[in-house]
Design a protein around this ligand. Structure first.
Ligand SMILES: [Zn+2]
Length: 205
């Protein structure tokens, strides 16, 4: 059997943003912890996978607790005529907390890299197309709002999604808009305050 220190370090090295040296430091940190802490950590890692699942509508992680959909998708007072597409779960949390938006979400899963060719493996463009096609067929969709970061990749993703949705939205009355640009002080939704977000919605185009 391989050395457990090395084996664990190799696993940590698979984490996003973690290199070989940091992964070793994690292992030595764990070795210095008491058993109660390690038990809690191990149980939490196991239970997170059991208790958290991805919503089949918006692809957000949520504690399923015998529900099929996340709380937001099930909520009756939500405006179901609008879908906002964001990069990640943290963006949903931030926009929800701001109170600036009362519609549905779709977590895209990432931004489209400018250089990489094969992008559809990592982002949910197919799922987004399916969802929008279904909502158009159900005759309930009025607007799709794109809310990606104010960065080169965010702009690139905005253009990419617009291109990919063009055929679907052709000959429909569904509006495709992007959050207001150039007004925000923060470049990411995740770090934008409520006032900035409200302005971004008002100035969507
Ligand atoms: Zn959901």
């Amino acid at each position: 059997m391989s050395n457990p220190i090395q084996k664990l370090a190799d696993m940590f090295a698979d984490f996003p943003g973690i290199g070989a040296r940091q992964s070793k430091r994690f292992v030595y940190f764990l070795l210095s912890c008491d058993k109660a802490y390690l038990d809690e950590l191990a149980n939490l890692i196991i239970s997170v996978k059991k208790r958290i699942t991805q919503c089949p509508e918006c692809f957000r992680y949520f504690e399923h607790d015998n529900h099929d959909h996340c709380e937001r998708c099930e909520k009756l007072s939500i405006d179901r005529t609008t879908i906002m597409v964001v990069e990640k779960d943290a963006d949903v949390d931030q926009v929800s907390a701001s109170g600036a938006y009362n519609g549905l979400f779709f977590v895209f899963g990432g931004l489209v890299p400018i250089v990489e060719k094969e992008t559809s493996n990592r982002i949910r463009i197919n799922e987004l197309q399916k969802r929008i096609a279904r909502d158009i067929a159900d005759n309930k969709l009025k607007e799709v709002i794109l809310g990606f970061s104010l960065s080169r990749e965010g702009d690139y993703t905005d253009t990419y999604v617009r291109d990919e949705l063009r055929t679907l939205l052709e000959n429909t009355s569904v509006r495709l808009s992007s959050l207001g640009r150039g007004l925000s002080t923060g470049t990411e939704l995740e770090y934008s305050d409520s006032e900035t977000l409200r302005n971004a919605f008002t100035n969507r185009h």
